[in-house]
Design a protein around this ligand. Structure first.
Ligand code: ATP
Ligand code: MG
Ligand code: MG
Length: 565
């Protein structure tokens, strides 16, 4: 089982630590609360919390909430929940908005140093100043850069006091336009916004930009190693410039590669379109790769950490196929969850000579791989249910499951059975019932199939949802006609009348599985922590749509790659 603490035992980012080998290490995970986290964010969480944990340091969960338009309460709650679900505990939960007062003071200080000015230029003018469309013409500063400190201070206070409308004025940092890096071309520090902030209400009419906020909040929190993704390499120079110019504590920014999945979409805008067009049932639909969706599907948090761990933490951007993610999940579940028998499309088999065995209790291990999991009890009945796909009306030589005259083993049952006859349902034309007898003379059969006991065995009916890829192509983002056009019409198959053996009760009562997962240490696991292998079928988890009367199962992954449905 992957323990959050095991991250970094491989020495990820050792070079970064060695550049600044201090104690305590302080890091932060700084999401903007403007959407649900996705699988890529799991890497950011693992990297920041894992690095701190490995070095016995601390990691903040900092909500980077400086854009009042986009931020909502549900996202704050969900983000924190996901961090904890992955097994990490924030040292403290902070908000960039906690620092609005201090940031404002820093802005005045910057102006006082002659390193900030209030500018009235529009987008068009800014573009020209930056060398035109392609940045090929000479760069220059506007006349506002020459304003004296007192004027800038007054104008900035006017911005704060609501004397300008949005876009009429903004505060710029006076950096170095001769530098080749666009991050030094007098970036915006503060903008006017006429939106109430979810935490500070209407107190502020001006809001700091990412470039102004991020490094300063890192500094306020004494972050030692500010780990971010490689798109920010270019921003390192402005990050360093601001803290140095203001003479405050200087955290060290270093970068690692983003994690992306192919065959799906992760961007908020696209996910929103899928939800609004009812292609999926919601942001947590198990066919998506938001963390709430991956959790609902039943993927254990430890498997996600193991995935990140396997991919490693370097500066290269990794685009991984979903099948690779699934391999990790499968391998993880194989070792850590119990096994049960499930039949998706039940077909009754009456074993004619089983009268005296009716109700016999069999004690069988929950996992052949891990005896420590203990046993479960299942009852044998004269009528058992097998999967329709394990029976054929006409036998053939290369077929090794049940057919008239053919013998097959039933998992956990000592004697194999041989089909003798079958009846057809007039209405559907499908097989209605199979008759069979024990075949006590036969040698060990080639195949054993799963089965579920009939009435009185404690088995129960369940709805099973089997998911396939939501998109047809590997790169739905660039698919012809747009990503909606690339949606796979068969991304979900529902089996409304599946059956599960009585051992399910035991597995449900003892959840979460894996037993030592992070969610277990937290003393809670939702319905999705009821995980098991349906022998010969797939791995499953219980869906939150389940009630006492009706259990709903999600297929987490198939047993083998390319196992079809
Ligand atoms: P998105 O646009 O997908 O929401 P973002 O970068 O805007 O991504 P934030 O909420 O601002 O998302 O990100 C919080 C942290 O997570 C940042 O440090 C960011 O670099 C990191 N992060 C975001 N996406 C990924 C990814 N795919 N792989 C690794 N880290 C990521
Ligand atoms: Mg974001
Ligand atoms: Mg962002």
């Amino acid at each position: 089982v992957m323990d959050p603490e095991a991250m970094f035992k491989q020495g990820f980012l050792n070079d970064v630590y060695n550049e600044r080998p201090v104690k305590p290490v302080v890091t932060r995970f700084p999401p903007e609360p403007n959407g649900y986290l996705h699988i890529g964010h799991a890497k950011a969480i693992a990297v920041n919390f894992g690095f701190a944990k490995y070095h016995s340091g601390r990691c903040y969960l900092r909500f980077d909430d400086t854009n009042p338009e986009a931020e909502e309460e549900v996202y704050f709650l969900s983000i924190e929940e996901m961090v904890r679900w992955l097994g990490f505990t924030p040292y403290q939960i902070t908000h960039s908005s906690d620092n609005f007062g201090k940031l404002y003071e820093m802005a005045e200080k910057l102006i006082g140093l002659g390193k900030g000015y209030v500018c009235y230029c529009n987008e068009e003018q800014l573009k020209l100043q930056r060398g035109g469309e392609k940045s090929t013409s000479p760069r220059f500063r506007c006349e506002h850069a020459d304003q004296i400190i007192e004027d800038n201070l007054q104008k900035f206070r006017d911005m704060r006091d609501g004397k300008y409308k949005p876009k009429e004025a903004f505060l710029r940092m006076k950096q170095d336009i001769t530098d080749g890096n666009p991050q030094m071309w007098d970036l915006a520090a503060y903008r006017i916004k006429d939106e109430p902030h979810h935490r500070t209400g209407t107190e502020w009419k001006i809001y700091p930009t990412y470039d102004f906020t991020h490094g300063l909040c890192d500094s306020f929190e004494s972050v030692t190693h500010s780990l971010c993704t490689t798109e920010f390499i270019q921003s390192r120079v402005s990050y360093e410039w601001l803290n140095k110019t203001l003479g405050v504590y200087e955290p060290m920014q270093r970068e690692y590669g983003r994690l992306s999945l192919s065959g799906t979409v992760l961007s908020k805008r696209k996910l929103k379109t899928l939800v609004e067009n009812r292609v999926v049932r919601g942001w947590d639909d198990p066919r998506l790769y938001t963390l709430i969706a991956v959790r609902r599907r039943g993927v254990p948090p430890g498997a996600i950490l193991e995935f990140v761990n396997e991919l490693g933490v370097t500066t290269s951007k990794t685009i991984i196929q979903i099948t690779r993610f699934e391999q990790t999940i499968r391998r993880y579940l194989e070792r850590t969850v119990p096994r049960l028998m499930v039949v998706l499309d039940p077909l009754p088999v009456v074993i004619e000579d089983a009268d005296e065995l009716e109700g016999t209790e069999l004690t069988v291990p929950l996992s052949p791989k891990n005896p420590a999991m203990g046993d479960r009890k299942i009852k044998f009945t004269k009528t058992v249910y097998i999967d329709r796909s394990d029976f054929r009306e006409v036998d053939s030589k290369d077929y090794f499951r049940l057919a008239p005259g053919k013998t097959v083993g039933l998992l956990q049952v000592p004697s194999p059975i041989k089909a003798t006859s079958f009846t057809i349902d007039e209405a559907t034309g499908r097989v209605k019932e199979v008759r069979a007898v024990f075949d006590r003379e036969s040698k060990k059969p080639k195949t054993y199939i799963q089965w579920v006991g009939g009435q009185g065995s404690g088995s129960r009916r369940v709805e099973v949802r089997v998911y396939n890829a939501l998109f047809k192509s590997e790169d739905p983002g660039t698919a012809e006609g747009g990503f909606l056009n690339d949606v796979n019409p068969d991304s979900e198959t529902i089996y409304p009348d599946a059956l599960i053996e009585s051992g399910f009760e035991e597995v449900k009562n003892r959840a979460p599985w894996p037993e030592a997962a992070g969610e277990n240490k937290l003393g809670k696991g939702g319905p999705e922590s009821v995980r098991f292998q349906g022998m010969r079928v797939a791995y499953f988890a219980m869906d939150p749509d389940s009630t006492d009367e009706k259990i709903v199962l999600n297929r987490i992954v198939s047993l083998k790659e390319d196992a079809g449905k």
